[in-house]
Design a binder for this molecule. Structure first.
Ligand code: GDP
Length: 687
């Protein structure tokens, strides 16, 4: 069976950008040029094709990654839309995992902003090759060279401009293409500017070739020989350097005015990797744990990763898959190796932004949606049942904010539970808890906006109206001293007895280390079969700490001694003993409360800076740096999450709506003593 597209002609890419940099507009233009949309949507009017979820239209931001397929120069480009708002980092993370390349869009006025840096670091983690597009060259204040410098300095990567803008702001009238050695003139480019541009072109092209010669041997030799270097040699070198993450090519344009978009499509084809250019994906055999590599080839056994699940109101549950190896027919039986269950694949679709195309099979390198899989969750591996493999799961950050919710009408509790379960299956950064003491349902996520959007979805997609409490910070606890602690759970009067006895060493772990458990029982003081029960008891004690009842993190617990009874010992007795040892030990180990600290970056016209800094100091902010440029400045700071509520509104009124900000989780830090006291008093556990 021949492939629809040869593997080397597939590009799986994401368009990555800070909110408002123009990702949606650029995507629209790409879809327009690749003839997938007949009428260009506009974000400002709320009709963009990619933003197909209703509340995205209203907010004008792209939240979920919709995958869309389009064609350019006989290549198949699968675009996975990534969100720009860091409250949705889980979305970015899961998209990056399945991408081979990324187009990073910057706003030519704002340059490289904090969120772009955060996403850049995530993309580094997954080794995603990137090209940059400096957008909004038509806007007042747009500065190509400054943005290139910021890419070099802030992102610590060698930025390689392959184009230069001719003019800027309203005089942005053309693009100098250093590779093809030509000038692309927009209407009104006068002949004097063309002449100047030609001089610039000659100078910068030579510099580019010199640069490449230093980085790439295949250019270096002919360069040193004084030979002419052709456009195709230059392209091949840039492609090698981009794929190996040595450089990022930089392009420019204006998505809104449709300038530079076709050249960007050329660059996607020319410089970003095909599935053949990325390393074979590594996996394990779920039964033996043995390491396996799956090559990008149709001849390999089928394997795929479910990177997104969405409940489509008309179709039901759609699961987006990235096929890493082999091919599979619609309706075939596959193994979900993450949960070790077989399931039928159902129908398969290639998704375009506004319609879907049913296909009867799919092949290596594709991104497709499947309808009919019931048990699957985001991050699961699907594979050929006789050749099982398991990919590393996608890791998501723990939520930092929670909120109590209840249905508007009591009778709807079951419906609420059902709705929440469905949403949590789609979004791994969204968690649900039932507080046994208060009977409340708590939802938690990555920020205020994340929870707001989820509540809107409950209403729109499932008709579920809820009352919500105030957002609560997800505090954690940890300990600061090492202690040895004994736990005894012994009941030996009448009937069957209980006997569990442990000695635990409880130590503070490094920040971010989570929980570690070691078994160092040597002399058979406790039979090995009880170790899992001891660990379960420890874990259960960690779920609600000793100080104010928050989960305890960053601790190491070692089981090193204890005793048992031939008849009376049981798993339950050891679990209880461990639980008691932990409760007791944590009390003595000087527990403290940790609070989430957010990294905030604010960009504002200079005249409002004083008031904004004043407001930040009242929020316990730690200012890391202020950078000024012409009329605008930006300030970066660390602010406790608890102090950020209402910040967006205050910033708006302090700056007449002209300042913008971004916020993301940074780290956990010890809560100051006076606030610890307030919290422990409120939680009714003063000591
Ligand atoms: P996203 O949040 O990254 O998806 O950004 P959008 O595509 O929604 O764009 C944000 C805003 O910037 C919208 O009002 C767009 O009309 C505007 N915009 C996008 N591209 C350009 C551009 O090239 N020039 C100018 N002047 N505005 C642009």
């Amino acid at each position: 069976m021949s492939r629809t597209f040869p593997l080397e002609k597939i590009r799986n890419i994401g368009i990555i950008a800070h909110i408002d940099a123009g990702k949606t507009t650029a995507t629209e233009m790409i879809l327009h040029h690749t003839k997938r949309t007949y009428k260009v949507g506009s974000v400002d009017e709320g009709t963009a094709v990619m933003d197909w979820m209703e509340q995205e239209r209203e907010r004008g931001i792209t939240i979920t990654s919709a995958a869309t397929t389009c064609h350019w120069r006989e290549h198949c480009i699968n675009i996975i839309d990534t969100p720009g708002h860091v409250d949705f980092t889980a979305e970015v993370e899961r998209s990056l995992r399945v991408l081979d390349g990324g187009v990073v869009i910057f706003d030519g006025v704002a340059g490289v902003e904090a969120q772009s840096e955060a996403v850049w670091r995530q993309a580094d983690k997954y080794g995603v090759a990137r090209i940059c597009f400096i957008n909004k060259m038509d806007r007042i204040g747009a500065d190509f060279h400054h943005t290139v410098t910021m890419i070099n300095e802030r992102l610590r990567i060698k930025a390689l401009p392959l184009q230069l803008p001719i003019g800027s702001e309203k005089d942005f009238r053309g693009i100098i293409d250093l590779v093809e050695n030509k000038i692309i003139a927009f209407p009104d480019l006068d002949s004097a500017s063309i002449e100047d541009s030609e001089t610039l072109l000659a100078k910068h092209r030579q510099a580019l070739i010199g640069n490449l010669a230093e980085l790439d041997e295949q250019i270096m030799l002919p360069y040193l020989d004084g030979q002419d270097i052709s456009a195709s040699q230059i392209k091949a070198a840039i492609r090698r350097l981009t794929i190996s993450n040595c450089v990022v090519p930089v392009f420019c344009g204006s998505a809104l005015r449709d300038r530079g978009i076709q050249l960007l499509l050329d660059a996607i084809v020319d410089y970003l990797p095909s599935p053949l250019d990325i390393p074979a994906i590594s996996a394990i055999n779920p039964k033996s744990g043995e390491k396996i590599l799956r090559l990008a080839s149709d001849d390999e056994p089928f394997s795929a990763l479910a990177f997104k699940t969405v409940s489509d109101p008309f179709m039901g549950r759609l699961v987006y898959l990235r096929v890493y190896s082999g091919r599979v027919k619609a309706g075939a039986q596959v193994l979900n190796s993450t949960i070790d269950k077989k399931e039928r694949l159902g129908k398969l679709y290639v998704m375009h932004a506004n319609h879907r195309e049913e296909i009867d099979h799919t092949e290596t390198g594709s991104i497709v949606a499947s309808l009919g899989l019931k048990m699957i969750s985001t991050g699961d591996t699907l594979c050929e049942p006789t050749r099982p493999v398991l990919f590393e799961p996608i890791r998501f950050a723990e939520p930092v904010l929670s909120m109590a919710i209840e249905p508007k009408t009591k009778a709807d509790q079951d419906k609420l539970d059902d709705t929440l379960a469905k949403l949590a299956m789609e979004d791994p950064s969204f968690k649900i808890y039932h507080d046994k003491e208060t009977g409340q349902t708590l939802i938690s996520g990555m920020g205020e906006l994340h929870l707001e959007v989820l509540m809107e979805r409950m209403f729109r997609e499932y008709g579920m109206k809820v009352n919500a409490g105030k957002p609560q910070v997800a505090y954690k606890e940890t300990i600061t001293l090492t202690v040895d602690s004994e736990g005894r759970f012994i009941r030996q009067s009448g009937g069957k007895g209980q006997y569990g006895h442990v000695w635990l060493r409880i130590e503070p772990g490094e920040r971010g280390s989570g929980f570690e458990f070691r078994d160092q029982i040597r002399s058979g003081a406790i039979p090995k079969e009880f170790t899992p029960s001891v660990k379960a008891g420890v874990k259960s004690a960690l779920q609600s700490g000793g100080l104010a009842g928050y989960p305890v993190i960053d601790v190491r617990v070692t089981l090193y001694d204890g005793s048992f009874h031939e008849v009376d010992s049981s798993g339950l007795a050891f679990k209880m003993a461990a639980f008691m040892a932990m409760r007791d030990g944590m009390d003595k180990a000087k527990p403290i409360i940790l609070e989430p600290i957010m990294e905030v970056e604010i960009t504002t016209p200079n005249q409002f800076m004083g008031d904004i800094v004043g407001d930040l100091s009242s929020r316990r902010a730690h200012i890391e740096g202020i950078e000024g440029r012409d009329d605008f400045s930006s300030v970066r700071c660390l602010v406790p999450l608890a102090e950020t509520f209402g910040f967006a509104g205050d910033l708006r009124s302090l700056s007449q709506g002209r300042a913008s900000h971004t916020m993301q989780f940074h780290h956990y830090e010890e809560l100051p003593a006076n606030l610890t006291e307030q919290i422990t008093t409120r939680m009714g556990r003063t000591r």
